[in-house]
Design a protein around this ligand. Structure first.
Ligand code: BDR
Ligand code: CA
Length: 310
C-alpha cells in the first residue's frame, strides 16, 4: 500500500502530542515534516515538546522538525497553560533528553515541500494557522498544489472553548484563519462540533495502562481531565487534534458537507467565531467541507488499537 504523504503543523500541546503518536504509530503515513508554531505554549516550548515527543518515540531521525511563527500575524500570543500545564505536556516527558535541530524556517519548508509534491500532499493542521497563512502570503500559488488540508479548528453549531463563540486555534489567529479559508485550498474542517464527541475517558486510560504509551497518556492528560471535570462535570479529554489525524487516516469516520465559512476578525464579542452559511444566504460558493458528525466509537477504537500496537 502506498503511504499518504503528510505534513503536520502543531503547537505541541497535550492533544498535539497524542496526534503525533497516532500519526506515527498508524504506519499509514509518510511524514515529510512537522512544522511548529506558537499556540498552546510559546514557540520555544512547542518546538522543544515536539522534538521530545519524536525523539521519545525513537523515530527515524529523518523527519524534519521546523520552527515557525513566534506569534500570530497581528495579535499577541495567548497560551493555554490551564489545560496543557506549564510545559504544555502536563509534566510528562520532563526527564526526556532532547537534541534540538538547527535547521530551517517552517514557512519556507512548507512552500518547498508543497511545490516538490504537487497534488500529493495532505496538510494536517492542529494549531493556529499562522505558518500556513504566512506561506500563502508569500506564495499564493501553493494552494492549488495541495491535495487535502485537514484543519482542527472552529465550531459551527455550538459554543466555543476559549470564548463563548470561538474555538482556540481560530481565536488565537483569526486573521491567519481568514487567509487560509479564502486561499482556494481544499479544506476539511474538523471542529469542536465533532471533536467534542471523541473523548478519552478513565476506562480508556485503564485500558492503555499496560501499553507502551499508557503512563505518558495518563500523566499528560491528568490536568486536562481535571479542567474538563470542573467545566463540564465529565472527567475526559477531548481528542481534538488526534481526530484531525483520524480524518486523514479514514475520511469515512466523519460526515461532511460543503459550506461557505468565514472567520470573524473585527468584533469585541465574536473574534475567532467561525460563521457557517448553512442556508447559503450570502450566495457564495462553498469553500470548506465541514465535518458535521463523527462515528466516535469507531474513531476511539482506531485510536486505542493504534496506541496498543494491535
Ligand atoms: C485546539 O486548541 C488547542 O488547545 C488544542 O491543542 C487543539 O488544537 C482545541 O480547541
Ligand atoms: Ca493543537
Amino acid at each position: 500500500m502506498t503511504k499518504k504523504k503528510i505534513l503536520l503543523d502543531v503547537d505541541t500541546g497535550v492533544d498535539d502530542a497524542l496526534a503525533l503518536i497516532l500519526a506515527t504509530q498508524s504506519r499509514a503515513f509518510h511524514i515529510l515534516g512537522i512544522t511548529v508554531t506558537s499556540g498552546n505554549v510559546s514557540l520555544d516550548q512547542a518546538f522543544l515538546n515536539t522534538n521530545k515527543v519524536i525523539q521519545w518515540l525513537n523515530l527515524d531521525k529523518s523527519i524534519p522538525i521546523l520552527r515557525g511563527s513566534e506569534k500570530p500575524l497581528r495579535r499577541h500570543p495567548l497560551y493555554e497553560h490551564r489545560v496543557h500545564g506549564n510545559d504544555g505536556l502536563g509534566g510528562a516527558l520532563a526527564d526526556q533528553p532532547v537534541q534540538l535541530p538547527d535547521g530551517g524556517d517552517a514557512v519556507d519548508f512548507l512552500i518547498q515541500t508543497i511545490e516538490e509534491h504537487p497534488r500529493e500532499l495532505t496538510l494536517i493542521m492542529t494549531a493556529p494557522l499562522t505558518n500556513l497563512a504566512r506561506a500563502l502570503m508569500k506564495k499564493p500559488g501553493i494552494a492549488a498544489l495541495v491535495k487535502e488540508t485537514v484543519i482542527m479548528g472552529g465550531v459551527v453549531q455550538g459554543y466555543g472553548n476559549i470564548t463563548p463563540v470561538a474555538e482556540f486555534n481560530m481565536y488565537v489567529d483569526p486573521e491567519a484563519a481568514k487567509i487560509v479559508f479564502h486561499s482556494g485550498l481544499p479544506i476539511t474542517l474538523v471542529g469542536l462540533d465533532v471533536t467534542r464527541k471523541a473523548r478519552l475517558n478513565e476506562k480508556h486510560l485503564a485500558d492503555l495502562d499496560d501499553s507502551r504509551f499508557g503512563s505518558f497518556v495518563r500523566q499528560a492528560t491528568a490536568q486536562y481531565f481535571a479542567v474538563s471535570e470542573k467545566r463540564t462535570g465529565v472527567r475526559a479529554c477531548a481528542l481534538h487534534d488526534p481526530l484531525a489525524v483520524g480524518v486523514a487516516l479514514d475520511p469515512s469516520l466523519v460526515e461532511k458537507r460543503a459550506y461557505y465559512v468565514d472567520v470573524e476578525t473585527n468584533s469585541d464579542l465574536c473574534d475567532g467565531q467561525t460563521v457557517c452559511d448553512f442556508q447559503n444566504r450570502w450566495g457564495k460558493a462553498p469553500n470548506i467541507q465541514v465535518c458535521t458528525d463523527v462515528q466516535s466509537e469507531r474513531f476511539l477504537n482506531l485510536f486505542m488499537k493504534t496506541l496498543k500496537g494491535e
